[in-house]
Design a protein around this ligand. Structure first.
Ligand code: F0G
Length: 404
């Protein structure tokens, strides 16, 4: 396994293992993997190993021997026939990332990122988070025996995520500010050497998240879908999907790139706005707001990468209202028995909107990435669900209620 750490913007290589941005231009970093030796390999041979992030070990810039793993990935790809029929589509799949060890896709990046931290001999890891990154980092830090610090925007982190970060023994700090402000603080701490940063601006994180794309293709028996829909917050995940697929195209394992569609909440939509005006860069949203707190982000650190993924794949970015998100969340639960958190339902809401607008065609096969588990945010579920029926402890009373 050989790789270089390079600037995504100016292309300059860096040997500084601890910086989170290009020393020359300040741009976001990426990893250039040398995977040429995989060209002659048979992709199906990988299947000797169980499905999961580490099935694709040759594609990551860390040595698997030292991997910190909780057996992440290998999540279901549901063929959602009822929902597809509701939306007038031939094929609609949901990649259910809620089945990961800490209940979100973050575990894919974290197994690689924390393995890297251990390789580098770090003792303290940290992140800013809207919730899921902190839950995941706390668990992987526990597994690796590292000290962990997480910075959370006060009052805006869903209960399940907060519980997880606290439970796994992280130092949980509730910051008087939003995610963008928390990220600036943690970057400063990392720069001063107080911790190793494991937000997705750390280029090792998206490397692990490439596995999401690898698994989708693998589960479809190497038939690449026409469209992949991803909720966008800090904007690294859609880039990771693009990067993984690009790598497999470069070694001839697959022959087409799906259209990548990024979906944001309308109160936190800088990438959707940039796409609508055809820009390569975006203007941050000052005060992001949405019920989908996981993607309540106004200044996505990997925004430029996301826009490249979207433009290069012939995809698009759109935004959906909180109402549309909650409606989609309920519909997925009711029609398919699949429970996801609001940010994840944004991808379903996006498909519903784009089908109406005719921007996704009936014949296209679509994979929606549903990034996090329903139970991450029980408050939103309970606030938007129907009422509970109260009843005396008698069969007669229950029968009356049932027949109502
Ligand atoms: N869906 C969920 C459930 C998330 O938690 C996030 C990001 C995203 C989608 C967006 O992914 O940032 O790569 O575009 N959550 C981060 C966190 C910001 O701190 O947990 P992205």
């Amino acid at each position: 396994m050989s790789f270089k750490i390079k600037c995504f913007v100016c292309g300059r290589e860096t040997n500084d293992n601890f910086t989170d941005s290009c020393p020359a231009c300040g741009g976001v970093l990426t990893i250039d993997m040398d995977i040429s030796r995989m060209t002659d390999a048979d992709p199906k041979k990988l299947r000797k190993r169980p499905i999961g992030v580490w099935r694709y070990a040759p594609f990551y810039p860390v040595d698997e021997k030292g991997a910190i793993s909780l057996l992440e990935g290998g999540t279901p790809l549901y063929d959602c026939r009822a929902l597809a029929s509701d939306l007038g589509m031939h094929k609609l799949y949901v990649k259910y990332e809620g089945a990961n060890p800490t209940g979100s896709f973050k575990d894919r990046g974290m197994t690689v990122g924390v393995s890297r931290a251990v390789e580098l001999g770090c003792k303290v890891v940290g992140c800013a988070s809207t919730g899921n990154t902190s839950a995941s980092l706390a668990a992987y830090a526990a597994k690796a025996g590292l000290k962990c610090v997480v910075l959370l925007p006060s009052g805006k982190v869903a209960l399940g995520k907060l519980a997880q970060a606290m439970f796994y023994g992280a130092k949980v700090i509730s910051l008087d500010g939003n995610f963008d402000e928390a990220l600036a603080v943690v970057r400063q701490l990392a720069k001063e050497g107080h911790l190793y940063i494991l937000n997705s601006i750390n280029p090792f994180r998206p490397e692990g998240q490439k596995s999401l794309a690898f698994e989708i293709v693998d589960q479809l028996d190497f038939r690449v879908p026409d469209v992949v829909v991803v909720p966008v917050g800090n904007a690294a995940n859609i880039w990771a999907v693009y990067k993984g697929l690009s790598e497999w195209i470069s070694i001839g394992w697959i022959h087409k790139m799906p259209r990548l569609i990024g979906v944001q909440a309308s109160g936190s939509n800088p990438i959707a706005v940039a796409f609508r005006s055809g820009r390569q860069d975006f203007v941050p949203v000052e005060r992001p707001e949405t019920v989908a707190t996981a993607i309540r982000i106004g200044n996505p650190a990997s925004g430029k990468k996301a826009l490249k993924a979207i433009y290069d794949s012939g995809g698009l970015a759109t935004d959906v209202t909180d109402e549309e998100i909650l409606r989609a969340q309920k519909l997925l639960g009711k029609r398919e028995g699949v429970g996801v958190e609001p940010a994840s339902a944004a991808s379903i809401a996006g498909v519903m909107k784009l089908r109406k607008e005719g921007q996704i065609r009936q014949s296209e096969s679509v994979v929606c990435v549903c990034t996090g588990n329903l139970l991450k945010d029980p408050d939103t579920v309970i606030n938007n669900a129907g009422k509970i029926s109260k009843c005396k402890a008698s069969a007669q009373a229950v029968k009356r209620l049932i027949s109502e």
